[in-house]
Each structure stands twice: as C-alpha cells, then as structure tokens.
Design a protein. Structure first.
Length: 272
C-alpha cells in the first residue's frame, strides 16, 4: 500500500465532539487523537472555544487543534459521512445496533476507503441526546468497570482511537499476505480497496436524512401518523433501517415507492 493511501485512510476518520463545555478537554482529545495518527477533529457548538489552556493540554497536537472544524449542529458535522458511530455510556429506552470497541475500529477502517466515517462523543456530563444518537448508524460502549465506569472525554477518545489504529496496523502488518481477488485487494480480514462495479456504497448521512424525512412525509400523507404527534414510529423506523443499512440503490428504490404512495394519496384526496 502506498504512503498516500495509508495516510488518506486515517484522514477519513473523523472525531466529532458535541457541545464540549471545557476547552481543556478538547485539547486533551486532540492529543489523544494525534498519538493514534488521527487528525480530523470537528467541534459541534462548543460551549468554550479552544484557548491557551486547550493548547497547553494538546501539547504536540496543536496542529490538530488549530485545524479543527467548528459547526453548529451534529447533522452538519456528519452530513458527508457514510458511517457514523455514537458513543453511549448507558442503555437507552429504545435499543440501537451496538458495536464493541474492537469491531467499531475494524468497521471504521474497512469503510474509510469509501467515504468519511465519524466517531461521535457527547457532553462531559450527559453524553449525546437521544435525537443525536438517532443520527448514528451504530452505538459503541466502552466496557469499563461497572462499579466505577467514569471515563473523561479524552480517555474515551483515546480508547476508541486506539481501536481504530489497532485495526489499521493489523492491515499494514498483514501486507505480506496481500492477495488480489475479483472484488479488489484485501489485507488480513479488512478490506482496503474500493468495491467492485457491481457493489453499491452506503448513502452518506445527508442522503439518509432526506430519506427519513420523505418517509415521514409519506406516512403523514396517508394518515398513518399525525402531523403533530408522530410518536415513536419514526424513531423505530430509523432503528429498523439502521439495522438493515440499505445501500444507495435501495434508498433510491424506497424513495420511488414513497413518491408513488404520496401520488396515490393526493389522487385519492382529489377525488373526494
């Protein structure tokens, strides 16, 4: 694998910090990232912007800090990502597809060939909201000591960044076993090449969100859900499709079906 290919792979892995309250934690997270070879940091609506204290804790990773992108919403931070994994320290009322840290790292490395991927970390005190977690394809939980599971933000970033790097290094260390197949080149168990022409990529988050909005509009048009009280239906549909992870062609097909349902509902209403 070429040097440019190696560096570009980790450059596709994005660390997203949501609504961080203490800029020192941002600096420490930047340092944790750089020790694992990651450089893409996105800050979502930070309460305290990085300052001299953050730079001091970033130590030799001030370049990661200086190049951090600041956005207003999580949706904006992940709109071009094909895989988004949110960190969750507790079980939720509505269970979501879960990954172990090791499998999270493997999936990040495998899919980073195709599009940007994101690891999302929430607020120091309360983590990610349910709405934010619903924007993620998977959740990941670090199996800390149940009697004392307190991990600060930088520790969590370090742990999961390490898993990404472990999977990345596994691929590199197995380079001697590299072999070519009809579907591309693979190293060890982790695919490091693009998909074949017959395969479809997963849609990026922006496309998936348009699909969910289209689905909700179609359900409202048929009267299946109310305009003001959609209840848990839309959330459960998000969970269903996140489990299934439809590819780009399947999303287009579903949107065609939804458009047909909307037309039928409109025609039915016009005849009344």
């Amino acid at each position: 694998m070429s040097d440019s290919k190696q560096s570009s792979l980790l450059d596709q892995v994005r660390i997203v910090l949501v609504n961080t309250s203490d800029c020192r934690n941002i600096g420490s997270a930047a340092r944790a990232m750089k020790t694992m070879g990651l450089s893409q940091l996105v800050l979502v609506d930070p309460i305290e912007m990085p300052n001299g204290q953050a730079q001091a804790l970033a130590a030799g990773a001030t370049d990661v800090l200086a190049n951090a992108k600041v956005v207003s919403t999580l949706s904006e931070a992940i709109e071009d990502c094909g895989l988004v994994v949110g960190t969750s320290a507790r079980s939720r009322t509505l269970p979501w597809p879960m990954l172990e840290p090791r499998s999270c790292g493997e999936k990040m490395v495998a899919e980073a060939n195709e599009y940007p991927v994101a690891l999302v970390f929430g607020r120091e005190s309360s983590g990610l909201t349910n709405d934010e977690l619903q924007l993620c394809h998977f959740h990941v939980q670090i199996a800390a000591n149940p009697d004392y599971s307190s991990l600060n933000l930088a520790m969590a970033v370090q742990t999961l960044s390490y898993e990404v790097r472990t999977s990345y290094l596994l691929a590199l260390n197995d380079a001697s076993q590299e072999h070519s197949t009809g579907n591309g080149t693979y190293i060890g168990k982790i695919a490091l090449s693009t998909k074949s022409e017959n395969d479809e990529l997963y849609p990026v988050t922006e496309e998936t969100e348009r699909f969910y909005q289209h689905f909700e509009n179609a359900l409202k048009a048929t009267g299946f859900i109310g305009d003001k009280h959609p209840g848990l239906v839309v959330t459960k549909l998000r969970r269903l499709f996140n489990r299934a992870r439809p590819d780009v062609k399947e999303i287009k097909m579903m949107r065609g079906i939804l458009a047909s349902i909307e037309r039928a509902s409109t025609n039915s209403a016009d005849k009344k």
